[in-house]
Design a protein around this ligand. Structure first.
Ligand SMILES: Cc1ncc(COP(=O)(O)O)c(C=O)c1O
Length: 429
């Protein structure tokens, strides 16, 4: 499918990136379970290795099943290109890798998935990188945190776990004024609910493990490049603008233009970091994306119903769902994610930590797992699990205080989910 702007989301989620297999006519994208690809001749091999011709060499770098998925996610996000990788966390490193270097920092939102907070506050230090955590509702604080060594600004569109929505337009303006790329983790929203590039994002990252695949079968990630950032406008991004010694002095931005970040991600990122997505996983994600809009509509409809019911329950202190009129971020829904605020929110129980533990142990339909974005409804007590490594102050800032449970609403019948919560809340007191 080449004429993508003509088609709607529901058509593109099935057809973008997919063509009948040229060898067999297979209608579904085949799983190209191969490590290597036969070169036409010695000259062809040399051209591929020199990036003079685009094609398949070795599946650590490129694979036709993965390429179909890359094209599909890039199309749905409105990007120029995409690189898939082995997990959402891998995607975050792949997004930062071409931008950062020893001594450089990234300014990030305090409202992030707990694992991302740990990755940014601890692990990236081993590369000599650092992260500065800021409340992204305070745009002046974001601007103040940016200095000469800042190379990116990072946030989530709909934040996990709090049901918080970032004002992407306002954050993009700050990043833009500083000449920096804005990276948006769009995992909880998906491109069906939110298209960060339309709000000024340079790069969009995904954990495809969640709603994109949608059924809890895959670990995968993706980095989508808008193709809009001028990597040569300053001397801050030499990996993209300066000669690359590993390719005989090739300059990625000069050579590949809007696809510079994507080509760098494959030719340097996947080649040398090796965080490759396997073709089986790409197949499952392609299957999942075919029904993305239908699932997201149902996730949103169920979440509105269940969150509204929970908000009125006597055992419940608060529900943080931006889809509820009571949410301080409700006004942002129409502008940032006009088709709904997603399927993820937290519930604060009056009974505190112990009541949360009883709730998760008493639910029958909800699965108690460290995941979100499944067809199944899922629950977790973040403070004792996913956000366990954080201080209580960080937990509270991330919306994961000890009296909070996170709920990922599935696509079951809302009345059954409400009945299940009702019986479990009765036990939790
Ligand atoms: C918002 C968000 N981003 C990134 C990740 C990391 O993704 P993965 O588990 O695929 O590495 C997660 C995982 O829960 C997440 O919720």
């Amino acid at each position: 499918m080449t004429d993508t702007p003509r088609y709607g989301f529901g058509t593109l989620q099935i057809h973008a990136g997919a063509r009948p297999d040229p060898a067999t006519g297979a209608r579904q994208v085949p799983i190209y379970q191969t490590t290597a690809y036969v070169f036409r001749d010695a000259e062809h091999a040399a051209a591929l290795f020199n990036l003079q011709e685009v094609g398949y060499i070795y599946s650590r770098l490129t694979n036709p099943t993965v390429a179909a998925l890359q094209e599909r996610v890039a199309t749905l996000e409105g990007g120029a290109g995409a690189v898939c990788c082995s997990s959402g966390h891998a995607a975050q490193i792949m997004a930062l890798f071409p931008l950062m270097g020893p001594g450089r920092n990234v300014v990030v939102s305090t409202r992030l998935y707990g694992g991302s907070i740990t990755q940014f506050s601890q692990t990236i230090k081993r590369f000599g990188w650092s992260a500065r955590f800021v409340d992204f509702d305070d745009v002046e604080a974001i601007a103040a945190a940016i200095d000469e060594d800042t190379r990116a600004v990072f946030c989530e569109s709909i934040a996990n776990p709090g049901g918080y929505i970032t004002d992407l337009d306002a954050v993009a303006k700050v990043a833009d004024a500083a000449g920096l790329p804005l990276i948006v983790d769009n995992t909880s929203a998906t491109p069906y609910l939110c298209r960060p590039i339309e709000h000024g994002a340079t790069l969009v990252v995904h954990s495809m493990t969640k709603f994109l695949t949608g059924n809890g079968t895959v670990t995968g990630g993706c980095v989508v490049d808008s193709g809009k950032f001028d990597w040569s406008a300053s001397d801050k991004f030499p990996s993209l603008s300066e000669p690359e010694p590993a390719y005989h002095g090739l300059k990625f931005h000069e050579t590949f233009g809007p696809l510079a970040f994507t080509f760098h991600g494959i030719a340097i990122g996947l080649r040398d970091l090796g965080m490759t997505l396997n073709p089986q996983a790409a197949h499952y994600t392609l299957m999942g994306i075919e029904t993305l809009s239908l699932r997201m509509e149902r996730h949103v409809k169920n979440a509105v119903e269940v969150a509204g019911w929970l908000e009125k329950h006597p055992a419940v202190k608060a529900v943080t769902y931006a889809g509820l009129p009571s949410s301080p971020w409700h006004d942002r829904v129409a502008r940032i994610c006009p088709k709904g605020a997603g399927g993820l929110f937290t519930v604060t129980l009056k009974g505190g930590y112990d009541a949360c533990m009883t709730l998760v142990d008493s639910l029958e339909i909800f699965s108690h797992v460290a995941n979100l974005g499944d067809t199944r409804s899922l629950v977790i007590h973040s403070a004792s699990t996913t956000h366990r490594q954080l201080t209580e102050e960080q937990q509270i800032a991330a919306g994961a205080a000890p009296d909070v449970v996170r709920i990922s609403i599935g696509i079951e019948d809302a009345k059954d989910l409400i009945a299940d919560l009702d019986q479990a809340l009765a036990k939790a007191g």
